[in-house]
Design a protein. Sequence first.
Length: 240
Amino acid sequence: MENPLDVLAFGAHPDDVELMAGGTIIKLARLGYRVGMISLTQGEMGTRGTPQQRAQEFAEAARIMGLAMHKMLDMTDGFVEVNRENKLKVIAEIRQYRPALLFAPYWETRHPDHANCSHLVRESVFLAGLKKIKTEHPHFRPQKVAYYCEHYLFKPSFIVDTSDTFDERMQAIKAYKSQVFNPDMRVEDEEKTHISSPAYFQSIIARAQFWGGKIGVACGEPFYVREPLRVRDPFALLIK
Ligand SMILES: [Zn+2]
């Protein structure tokens, strides 16, 4: 099998993964896991930035995060649908890269593309394991999907301590120069958007601190897993 991955993070748009789970993704890459990232769309509906710019920014963010693979699919930004065609696209990626662990957005969220990305990934994980669905690569089913938190809060299954990857994550987010707050950009040059405001940048920091505070560290990222977690050593899990 060509270059399999341990971990594959899905987002609907370039920058979703960095914004919601970037610290954890960097941590996994640093721990030596082969980590990849897929954006279902090329972000062409974004108020600012051309698709070419967004592709370059996506590649730069992936480089900063130490990823083994990054890829943009060609689903329609703003109209990501949970349909057969799109499921087959996600199944093809899962089967090609054979990751044990997937990341996807939590399904209760504001942007319909994010919610549909969540449903697409969950359904495709199951379908990818069915032998009779034929694609280029043989059937394969990842073991777990961890959902990252975006707009609406959930009670996390676990929170990852991302204190030591926070700075790199902010660098990865800043790689999206056309999207996020950029003090060098002249005001008349830009169309103001929610994520381009200084307040949004502050909220990224505040969220990391909020979740970190819940586990007694500087920064954290919360995740939800549907299934109960199997624990081999409860002491190691519960005691620092
Ligand atoms: Zn998005």
